[in-house]
Design a protein around this ligand. Structure first.
Ligand SMILES: [Zn+2]
Length: 343
């Protein structure tokens, strides 16, 4: 396993002219400590857990080039630098055969990814941050949102530095944000699509607020006006089911999804919306477990005459149009849309 590279208060001239040289010089997972104006408090930023999600690294590099000093100490962790550097830059989520790093924050910490996750946890525990933000991009285009495991004023306030949408999920997958339950307020921020300039801008603007605000956890304001979605269900592909994306049904695949399916990200999707084509029954193709541990496949999707539809009005998000991600992670997350999810 590659060693962590530690840097303290690097000068603007020491971080490369662009993000590529910055990451290349780091060479592996890195921890950059920035001394704050107030040295009694520390916050943490974790990003690049997935090598194909550039917004956090771009934002941090831009900050380091600006020569500014954060309000409090900042511990910044860039995790999957080797995956990001694999050619072409920012195209590989993980190195080949490596587990998804953001599923590794629980024991056993045995393989290289588990050990990297354990080391990140150790760095966080050493610095005892007042908050942790884990910054990601979505693989498809779409709006920004935050994710946390439970909702309170602190988590609301952290998310609202970046976005007005918050998903509260009781799923336990081994993600970094799950440390919230016993350590520090931790949220995942998905700043938007990995190729969207808007996402890169939001990452930087939010990072500046996170680095420069005196208080990020809870102020006077208690109503953050967040749009809340509770307990999303993951629609996963069953073993040995083949999936592709195409504008019409592909006979040689079990499931064909429309390539523009990602356009439904966060929108309300009606039950007559064609998502794609498939040969049923639904439970042969998909797995979906709700927060109570029940099978929810037929509450999410239905197949009628070879056409795949939502089974009910849904709010869908994290929709991928990448078959590799759909196979290894999930096709999308959804909540049943009863029209009252706007808080
Ligand atoms: Zn990610």
């Amino acid at each position: 396993m590659r060693r962590f590279r530690f840097m303290r208060d690097p000068l603007a001239t020491e971080v490369g002219d662009n993000v590529e040289t910055f990451l290349y010089d780091l060479g592996g997972p890195a921890c950059i400590f920035l001394t704050g104006q107030d040295i009694t408090r520390t916050r943490a930023l974790v990003t690049l857990q997935h090598g194909n999600e550039p917004s956090g690294a771009l934002a941090l590099h831009r900050w380091l080039k600006s020569g500014r000093q954060p309000r409090v100490n900042m511990v910044c962790i860039l995790a999957s630098v080797p995956a990001a550097l694999e050619e072409p830059l920012f195209s590989n989520r993980s190195l080949p055969r490596a587990r998804d790093l953001n599923r590794c924050y629980r024991p056993p910490f045995e393989d290289a990814q588990g050990k990297l996750a354990e080391e990140i946890l150790e760095i966080l525990h050493l610095h005892h941050p007042e908050a942790v933000i884990d910054m990601h991009n979505t693989s498809g285009s779409g709006p920004s949102f935050g994710v946390c495991t439970h909702m309170d004023r602190q988590h609301d306030a952290l998310v609202s530095l970046f976005t007005q949408r918050l998903i509260v999920s009781s799923l336990r997958l081994g993600a970094l944000m799950e440390i919230s339950e016993h350590s520090y307020p931790t949220v995942t921020i998905e700043v938007g699509g990995r190729e969207d300039d808007e996402a890169h801008e939001l990452a930087f603007d939010g990072l500046c607020r996170y680095f420069e605000s005196d208080t990020v956890l809870a102020g006077e304001k208690t109503d953050w006006g967040l749009e809340l979605l509770h307990d999303p269900i993951r629609l996963e592909l069953n073993e040995n089911i083949s999936l592709t994306y195409a504008a019409s049904m592909r006979e040689d695949y079990d499931i064909t999804l429309k390539p523009d399916i990602e356009h439904h990200n966060f929108g309300s999707v009606r039950p007559d919306t064609v998502l794609g084509w498939a040969r049923g029954p639904e439970r042969r193709l998909f797995t979906a477990i709700d927060a109570g541990g029940r099978c929810a496949v037929t509450r999410l999707v239905r197949i009628e005459d070879g056409v795949l539809y939502p089974a009910a009005p849904l709010r869908m998000f994290m929709i991928t149009n990448n078959a590799g991600i759909a196979e290894s992670d999930c096709l999308f997350y959804a909540v049943e849309d009863d029209g009252t999810t706007i808080n």
